[in-house]
Structures are given as C-alpha cells and as structure tokens.
Design a binder for this molecule. Structure first.
Ligand code: HEM
Length: 151
C-alpha cells in the first residue's frame, strides 16, 4: 500500500508540478513578447490556464504525500515537517502572488494597456521563488536528512 501511495504521490508531482514550472517560467517573457504582437496574447492566456488548472491538480501531491507519510509512520520526522512547511510556503507564493499577478498582466494585455517591465520582472522573481522551494522539497524527499527508514 505504501508503494502504491508513494507512486501516486511522485506521479502527481511530475504530472502537476512539472507543467506549472514550465508554463509559469514561460509566462513573463511571453507577456513581454505579446506587448508587441497581438497574436501572442493567446499564448499568454494558454500559459495562465495551464498554471491555474495544474495548480489545482497539484493538490494531489500533498494529499498523497500525507497518505504516504501516515502509512510509513514518518509524520513526525524533521525532514518531513520541513518539507510540509516549504510545500505550504510554495503553495502560498503560487496562490497569493504568481497566479493573481498573471491574471492582472493578462487583463492589461486584453485591455491593450502597456505592461511595465518591472511587473514582469517581479512576477519572474516570485515564479523563481516558487520553483526553488519545490525543487528543494524534492531534494529533501530524496535525501531525507536524519532519516533511518531505508537508503
Ligand atoms: C505536504 C507535502 C508532502 C508530504 C507530506 C510528502 C511526503 C512524502 C513521503 C512520506 C515520501 C516517502 C519518503 C520515503 O520513501 O521515505 C515522499 C517521497 C517523495 N516526494 Fe513527497 N511529500 C510532500 C510534498 C512533495 C512535493 C511538493 C514534491 C515535489 C514536487 C514531492 C516529491 C517527492 C518525491 C520525488 C519522492 C520520492 C523520493 C524517493 O522515494 O526517493 N513531495 N514524500
């Protein structure tokens, strides 16, 4: 059962977080290009939709993560508590900063308003923080510092 839950957890991380990482990273440069090219707005809208939909699917990652941790009896381990904290912060950055700012920039493009370079740079920064956080969690999940449950 543990192996089954862990497989679902890792599969969810690959299928859901992967697309968010790629689409969110492509978003700021796509907005800059779309400023000069009306057809580019469609690409920006698609990237935003990928981020929104796959962020929702990403909920499966902590859900299966908790189920795996409960099945393994490791819920109190320090590496896991650190991972849960970082996952929560990453989700917070995505929900409070990345997605709303994407929405805002898309609205500006739709209204044919000029987009400030500083707003795309700021969005790129928040996206970078999100990516760094979940990449760190992935390393923690594999290295499990201090863990005595297997290699
Ligand atoms: C609430 C958040 C999370 C919880 C409770 C959680 C829980 C767990 C647990 C218990 C394991 C099994 C570790 C072992 O084999 O001893 C695991 C493995 C793993 N997790 Fe998570 N996880 C969380 C978030 C994440 C996130 C955000 C990612 C990446 C996007 C991730 C990626 C992985 C990977 C790749 C493994 C496989 C590691 C390996 O077996 O070598 N997890 N997770």
């Amino acid at each position: 059962m543990t192996k089954f839950l862990l497989s679902l957890h890792v599969l969810a991380a690959i299928v859901a977080i992967g697309p968010v990482t790629v689409a969110a990273s492509m978003f700021p440069p796509a907005v800059r290009r779309a400023g000069a090219d009306v057809a580019g707005v469609g690409a920006v809208r698609l990237l935003h939709r990928i981020c929104r939909v796959y962020s929702g699917l990403g909920l499966a990652v902590p859900l299966f993560g908790f189920a795996t941790a409960a099945a393994m009896g490791v819920l109190g381990n320090a590496w896991l508590i650190a991972s849960i904290t970082m996952t929560t912060v990453a989700a917070g950055v995505l929900i409070a900063f990345v997605l709303p700012r994407q929405d805002e920039l898309l609205g500006q493009l739709d209204a044919e308003q000029p987009v400030e370079r500083s707003s795309t740079a700021q969005l790129a920064m928040f996206t970078g923080i999100f990516n760094l956080l979940w990449a760190t969690v992935t390393v923690l999940m594999i290295v499990r510092p201090g863990s005595t449950t297997g290699a």
